[in-house]
Design a protein around this ligand. Structure first.
Ligand code: HEM
Length: 116
């Protein structure tokens, strides 16, 4: 059970790496586009995160307050990806504030995971 949970944590981290990595590539290249791979990263992190939020009965109760906050942040990131993607289709670019917020909120969720 412990190994299985560790594998789910690994998948969760792969989702995080996929989302944040693809965002970094866009930020560093100056293109600032929203890409399909960002949506994939978010979906992977979300599904694995929800699985981790279940009570695995390993070491005490999960911190539901923290999990709830992370879930809200993920929903906001998803909304920003959706809105930004639609804007990009219509006007050819993503508003700068919206693009940066996606990266900041992604780091915020990782920070919540390790610091809270
Ligand atoms: C962009 C979204 C997310 C990012 C960047 C993220 C990031 C992380 C990171 C870096 C860890 C590892 C922490 C550690 O090993 O100490 C982690 C763990 C965890 N995450 Fe997330 N997360 C996200 C979304 C979610 C969501 C939506 C949920 C649940 C609804 C969730 C639930 C958890 C749980 C329960 C753990 C603890 C795993 C353990 O016990 O080691 N995460 N997250």
């Amino acid at each position: 059970m412990e190994i299985l949970r560790s594998v789910v944590v690994l998948v969760h981290l792969i989702g995080f790496a996929t989302l944040f990595g693809s965002w970094i590539v866009e930020a560093a290249s100056g293109r600032r586009e929203i890409t399909r791979i960002m949506h994939w990263g978010l979906a992977i992190a979300l599904v694995a995160g929800l699985a981790l939020a279940a009570p695995w009965g390993l070491d005490g109760d999960p911190n539901y307050m923290k999990i709830g906050v992370k879930l809200v942040v993920v929903i906001v990131i998803g909304a920003l990806l959706g809105i930004g993607g639609a804007r990009q289709k219509r006007t050819g670019e993503v508003p700068a504030a919206l693009f940066w917020l996606i990266g900041i909120l992604t780091v915020l969720n990782a920070a919540l995971a390790v610091l809270w």
